[in-house]
Structures are given as structure tokens and as C-alpha cells.
Write a protein that binds this ligand. Sequence first.
Ligand code: GCU
Length: 422
Amino acid sequence: MVKKTLLSLICFVFIFKLSAQGNIENNANKNDLISYKLPKLLISNSGKKISTPREWENFRRGEIYSYFANNIYGIVPGELNFQEVEVLDFDKNALGGKAIRKQVNLIFKKGKKSIVMTLLIYFPNKKIKSPVFLAYNFEGNHSVNDDPSIIIYRSKENESTNEKNEETRENKRGGRESRWALNKIIDSGYGLATIDYNNVDPDKNDFSDGIHSLLYKFGQIKPAKNEWGSISAWAWGMSRIMDYLETEELIDPKKVILFGHSRLGKTALWAGATDLRFSMVISNNSGCGGAAISRRRIGEKILDINTNFPHWFAKNFHNFNENESSLKVDQHMLIALIAPRPVYVASASEDTWADPEGEFLAAKEASLIYNIYGKKGIGIDKLPSTNTPFHGSVGYHLREGKHDVTDFDWEQYIIFANKHFR
Ligand code: GCU
């Protein structure tokens, strides 16, 4: 009897302790008994409480950034700027005359190696410097708009011009138009600058191609454990395009908005955390390794992403497969690194793989930093109903529907940008 009572007592204390651990465990999946405790944003590694922007910038931001850099995305092991800019096209009569289209090659060289990034930009046809959305595309610049003048990029690997290849490429022309709301963007006074992310680093588990190999030390054939995976390489590419945009007289370099969907939403967040020149960041359905809290283990987990896409993150990130709780950070801290610049996290209700609620909770937790700057964060505590946007300095919406980018999403991004820029 005494033994039984003692056993029940021990069990009770254990269960109580487990549930007291997670400060937002109520939001965890009912089927998933793992409770979690988020690392504290406002306590530094040495235990210092952070309550002012100065303390955040001097003590806390750097240690969080460096942890993400060394353990998750990977550091960039050197510097390289483009050596040549080649203007391929400049047309003042694009989109029926309301836009200017420009296409340029940014050429990077190191030793015998080189890469070429082909940038497509549509500016509003006005005599002022425009704010611009900067975004990678997945399937080539020509997939963004059904415009026969958009040059089809040919990398060294796919430069063959046989008839069949040409036909496949042509078939993609305008194939992703529905994701770009180009007319809305231009009509609202914004430009759009885009390049195929494969130009910077082809999206495959191969570190011999793309930008990585241009920065290898003698004899190196793959990144060291704390060095860049592809997401970090793509983020680096966004900064190099920013170098170019700063020289572009039709653009206001103080109003460059990073946008990315899915793996490119993860990239936009990391690029925004790394390069303070980006004045706003939007991550659309970015999920695991993007906006979603890893410790929830809902939808895609670290093990899944590192197994299916072993090249996206630093090798060190694989240490956290099935081991999220030993991370010293979680993704709310990535969003916090963007503060006090406006940041937008968007989810889609059917996109359970990206864990919409986990994305929301990260944006909510990151709001604490915005509050320290005297700004309103997301302004709500619970996941809102679908199609109900919130636009504080942290923006959020849960769009009804699947993993995608739609006109509804773009309408919100334009409203958000107008609110903060005008
Ligand atoms: C996969 C991957 C996601 C990623 C997505 C995408 O679904 O698991 O993490 O966001 O691809 O980029 O399309």
C-alpha cells in the first residue's frame, strides 16, 4: 500500500514537472506528448536580463546570430564581389508601357571558376526611385511572366540548345505567373527584382558546383561542418544582388524588401538576419528551418529536412536530428534578429508540413524584441482565423488553402509595405 502510494506520488510529480516545462506546450499537437521549453530571447548566455535595444544589440543579438551561423545555416568562409555587370536588356515599354524591364548579368570570378547571376527587374515606369521586392524564383526568370523578351538562363550544365531542351524551357515561360502578381506590384508603385536561385547554387546535394567552390581553400571539396549549406549560399546571393541594387538609379536602396516562399522563405529570413541593408523581410510558408518552431516537432522535423535535403544547412545542424531540445536557439530567435525592421510571416491553413501554428508562435515570441524597441509586434496571442491579417511591425496571416503564393498573399505584402514605407 505504502509502496503503491509512493509510486503514484512519484508519477504525479514527474508528470507535473513535464507539463510545467513547456511554456507554450498547450499548443503542441495532441498526439505528440513532447512538451518543450523555448530558449529565452531576453536572457543572455551569461544570464543577463535584456530590456533595452542597446542591451539587445550589445549582448544578445550577436550571440544568437553566431549560434545560428555556426550550427544551423553555416558561415560564409570568405568574400567575393561581382567583377563585371553586363546589361543585357533595357526596355521602357514593358507591361504595355507601365514598366521598365532590365536584365543584367552579375559575373563572379575566382581563379578558373566563375558564376553568372542573371537578374530580371521590372520597375514602375516613373521618374522616381522605387521601392522593390527582391525575390528568388524556382524555375527561371522566364517562368515569372509570359514575356517573350525574358532571357532564358543557360548554366554550364544545361547550355545545350537542342530543340527538345529549347521546347521544355519555352514551355515554362509564364508558367509560374500566378505566384507573382506582377501587375499588382507595379501598379502599387513597387519594382520586382528576381533571379533563379539555381544561378547561385544549384539545388542539389553537390558542393562542387555553384558559389561554394569559388570560396574553397586549397584542396577543399566540401564545406567544413560550420560552413555554408545552400540556404546560406542563397542568402549570400541576395546580399550580392543588394550590392548591385545599391548602384541602380531606378531603385530606392533604403526600401528593398526581401521576399521568399518555402525554402526561399527560410533563405529570406536568414538573409535578412545577416544583412541589415534589407529594410523588410517576408517569409511565405517557410516552415521547418524557417519561421516554424523546431521544438514543436509538428509537420516537418529537423531529421526530415536534413535527410531529404542534406545540402541545405551546415553539417553541424545534423547534430540536432531528433535532438531539437539541445539547440540553444529556436526559430523565434531568427525572426527576432530582423528587428526592428518590419518582418512578415505568412502561413497557409492546409500547409501542415510547415506547421502554421509553429510559424505563428515564432512570430508572436519574436514580437518581444519589437516591444523593446517601442514597436507593436504581432498584436495577438492566438492563431487567428483564416484570411485575417495582422500588420504590426510583425505581420502575420493564415491564408486559407495550400502551400503556395497567391494574389491574397501579395495584397497583404503590399498593404504591409505601404504601411511601413509611406
Ligand atoms: C519541401 C521541404 C520544405 C520546403 C519545401 C519547398 O517540402 O520539406 O522544408 O519548404 O520543400 O521549398 O518547397
